[in-house]
Write a protein that binds this ligand. Structure first.
Ligand code: C5P
Length: 228
């Protein structure tokens, strides 16, 4: 049988959206399905890695052979990720909400005739990737994703240094990205560019499983030279 290049490696993957509560029945969310992150977790496990998947709320099953932790909010995701350190690599695929409400109401917010809608106060969520990218226990390899609708490469390059990542997997989530129906977010296909200090590598449009398999190979290649 084929040797497993990631045997003995511990890898953390985040996936899916986060849900940020407004009150006990309402939340802020985004269109992430978790397909890309979950496929990557499965692909890394197939190469022999001990994979810890930290997943936001998704409608898809936990990948086989992967230790999955379920969370809802960005702050829960951050706590789960940090409690899993140290690790050899961490890949941040989750579409983490940038903001949460400034304190979710304990009771359901009532609609009161004549009062109009409530004003939602927002505060910034922690950047989980940046926290790990600059962590005392930083994994050897830190990979981020960047979903952009404009200036994709410029924004991805800026994220590399700001977040302390080794590479950024950039994808175009704009409506005219040519990946259709549903687009990248929620869809089954993806076209990515791998942005690192040494430049940009363009990959063709592929299924999310194929992107995951290629990424897992790339990660295995990068970890090959380090001691298990
Ligand atoms: O800044 P932006 O949200 O575009 O960065 C995307 C990358 O950062 C993704 O890898 C995402 O998982 C990660 N991220 C994070 N925590 C946040 C925001 C983004 O880990 N609060």
């Amino acid at each position: 049988s084929r040797p497993k290049p990631l045997a003995g490696r511990k890898i953390i993957v985040t996936s899916g959206p986060t849900h940020e509560p407004i009150d006990p029945v309402r939340y802020l969310a985004n269109r992430s399905s978790g397909k890309q992150g979950h496929s990557l977790a499965a692909a890394l496990a197939k190469l022999g890695a001990e994979v810890h998947l930290v997943s936001g709320p998704v409608a898809i099953a936990d990948p086989a052979g992967v230790a999955t932790v379920h969370v809802e909010t960005a702050r829960q995701m951050q706590a789960a990720v940090e409690s899993l350190l140290p690790a050899d690599a961490a890949v941040f695929v989750a579409a983490v909400a940038d903001w949460r409400t400034a304190g979710s109401a304990e009771e359901k917010i009532k609609k009161v005739a004549g009062e109009g809608p409530p004003a939602l106060q927002m505060v910034e969520n922690p950047d989980i990737l940046a926290g790990v990218g600059h962590h005392a226990k930083r994994p050897y390899l830190v990979v981020g994703f960047a979903a952009e609708t404009q200036d994709i490469l410029k924004n991805a390059a800026a994220k590399l240094s700001k977040k302390g990542a080794d590479f950024i997997v950039a994808n175009d989530v704009s409506q005219d990205s040519g990946i259709g129906p549903g687009g990248v977010m929620g869809g089954d296909r993806n076209r990515v560019r791998i942005v690192s200090k040494s430049g940009v590598e363009e990959w063709p449009e592929l299924s999310k499983e194929a992107v995951a398999a290629r990424l897992a190979e790339l990660i295995a290649e990068r970890l090959k030279t380090t001691v298990v």
